[in-house]
Design a protein around this ligand. Structure first.
Ligand SMILES: NC(=O)C1=CN([C@@H]2O[C@H](COP(=O)(O)OP(=O)(O)OC[C@H]3O[C@@H](n4cnc5c(N)ncnc54)[C@H](OP(=O)(O)O)[C@@H]3O)[C@@H](O)[C@H]2O)C=CC1
Ligand SMILES: O=C1O[C@H](COP(=O)(O)O)[C@@H](O)[C@H](O)[C@H]1O
Length: 514
């Protein structure tokens, strides 16, 4: 039976997913989501599937099988999925499309460590193949707590679900892939035992964001920036991933993680690789990822002395956010009173290669900061000589290029311009490109793009094993040094721009205002 989905006529021809679909077909697939009753599935994965259905991007033969611990009949699961989609979809659901999609959803309840129960999953998948008149590709999406990743991967092998010569079997793994270098290596060993690397799709949802992909488009589709994209012209780079929200109800996860593991090890290092990588020969997955890995491997893991000098960690205290008084991290439900977990991290890194040697790259991220913003600011060097200095052109500032991922998606270039009038007075003005007004369409959610790419076998926007290991190699010495707790854990008020110690870290440069 085909899914009754109608493409949105308004989005046809404009939508990058539809254009992508024309290039690479999406094969008939059964997607199994482990952890389908969880937070991520509800807020992101199920709504993403709905939006793909709405755009006509799902294959005609598509099924979703949800797996979680609780027992419930498929009808009840469909009602749960419907409620999640109605609540979190980026567009109001169309009843016909939604019913069509729900009709393709099935549920199998068992505990992930109950290996014999994978037989029930296997039987469900076989039945769906039979109902559809032939075998479908199988994608397993591990949207579970990370301790279950090796458990599920191992059980898939025991149940013989990891390989079929007739169809493609893929395993999509959520973050975090390990909690430090050692655990990432040991998870990789388990995965290697069960799947070939080409079958594995490690999620870093930032790579699914349109604006993050635009970093590559911007660099590699515009000739004018390449000549200056190096240590001769670029003075420093600042990457910010600031959030205004606290940790919500995720204390159990977050207190064991902290900002360094939660955002720096993955999303921020990915942004750094996109800014610093060499142009790949083609946009094939391995060509792109080869270049990204080279960048990561050119960052020397910091020594204890460098950790002391080049990193800052901090925790938020009570303050005012969005006009309301909010509690500090230590006053949050589920956070131990004596927690030393950082909710803010700032660091200085350097890519030791011909292009970037000597250019400081500053990273900062934190919860409960003044506002949400994710951006990369590239600071160019000042002009070598100002001919009209005697005319009072004191307002001349070096050019700065800011790529904003969210919330105001776009690119801004600051230029010196003459103030109208008789004297040669200069002040900075901004040349802006804004996604919303340039394309007049809503960007798809990151998970829409990533789910579709995984089904197509397109791995460019997923993290390869050597990439994730290289990321942990950079972060691991910092984790170890911070775990010794000899470095100060600074504080910052909720709603502020972060700890003053981070200003000292970046001096004589300055963080962009939040
Ligand atoms: N939530 C988020 O915003 C983000 C999450 N992630 C990652 O996504 C993954 C999932 O996170 P999240 O959805 O928040 O997690 P949740 O804790 O909300 O959900 C966990 C899911 O796993 C199921 N489950 C737990 N234990 C078992 C078990 N023993 N056997 C079978 N099912 C079990 C639960 O089923 P039941 O309800 O029946 O107990 C539930 O469906 C994690 O790796 C997380 O790091 C990544 C980015 C953001
Ligand atoms: O992976 C994570 O990302 C979110 C931030 O994602 P965004 O798309 O809203 O920028 C972060 O809040 C969360 O702690 C982290 O686990």
């Amino acid at each position: 039976m085909a899914v009754d989905v109608k493409p949105d006529p308004q989005s046809l021809g404009e939508n990058p997913l539809i254009e992508g679909l024309e290039r690479l077909p999406v094969p008939a697939t059964t997607l199994t989501i482990f952890g389908v009753t969880g937070d991520l599935a509800h807020r992101k994965l199920l709504p993403a599937l709905y939006n793909l259905a709405h755009e006509g991007a799902l294959p005609e033969r598509f099924n979703l099988v949800g797996v979680a611990r609780r027992e419930m009949p498929t009808d009840e699961f469909r009602a749960v999925a419907k409620a999640a989609i109605e609540k979190f979809s980026r567009r109001p659901p169309d009843a016909t499309v939604l019913e069509g999609l729900l009709g393709r959803m099935h549920y199998v309840g068992f505990s992930f460590d109950d290996v014999p129960s994978y037989g029930r999953l296997s039987a469900t998948l076989d039945q769906l193949d039979e109902d559809g008149g032939g075998k479908l590709n199988r994608n397993y999406y591990l949207s579970t707590a990370p301790e279950y990743f090796p458990v599920i991967v191992g059980a898939l092998k025991e149940a013989g679900l990891n390989y079929d010569p007739d169809v493609d079997i893929r395993c999509i793994i959520e973050k975090p892939f390990g909690t430090d270098l050692e655990s990432a290596l040991s998870l990789q060993q388990v995965v290697d035992h069960v799947f070939r690397e080409q079958q594995v799709y490690r999620i870093d949802h930032y790579l699914g964001k349109e604006t993050v992909q635009n970093v590559m488009a911007f660099r590699f589709a515009n000739f004018m920036f390449e000549p200056v994209w190096n240590r001769n012209y670029i003075e420093s780079i600042q990457i910010t991933a600031a959030e205004d929200i606290g940790i919500g109800s995720r204390a159990g996860y977050y207190d064991k993680s902290g900002a360094l593991r939660d955002l720096v090890q993955n999303h921020m290092l990915q942004l750094l690789t996109l800014v610093c990588m060499e142009p790949p020969g083609t946009f094939e997955a391995d060509k792109v990822r080869d270049e990204k890995v080279k960048v990561l491997q050119a960052i020397t893991p910091p020594t204890p002395e460098e950790v002391r000098r080049d990193t800052v960690r901090a925790q938020y205290t009570a303050g005012v956010e969005g006009g309301e008084e909010v509690a500090g991290y230590l006053g949050t439900d589920g956070v131990p009173d004596d927690s030393r977990t950082e909710t803010y991290a700032a660091l200085r890194l350097e890519v030791h290669n011909w292009r970037w040697a000597g250019v400081p790259i500053f990273l900062r991220t934190g919860k409960r900061l003044a506002r949400k913003v994710t951006e990369i600011a590239v600071q160019l060097k000042p002009v070598p000589h100002l001919a009209f200095q005697s005319h009072g052109s004191v307002g001349v500032k070096p050019n700065q290029l800011v790529l904003t991922m969210q919330p105001n998606e776009g690119v801004s270039l600051s230029l010196g311009a003459k103030i109208p009038g008789s004297s040669m007075r200069i002040r900075p003005v901004n040349m802006e490109f804004n996604y919303g007004s340039a394309f007049m369409s809503q960007s798809p959610e990151a998970y829409e793009r990533l789910i579709l790419d995984a089904m197509r076998g397109e791995a460019t926007l997923f993290t390869r094993s050597d990439e994730v290991i290289a990321q942990w190699s950079i972060i691991d010495p910092i984790l170890k040094a911070w775990a010794e707790d000899t470095e100060p854990l600074h504080t910052y008020a909720s709603g502020s721009g972060g700890p003053t110690a981070a200003d000292d870290l970046i001096a004589p440069h300055r963080w962009r205002g939040l």
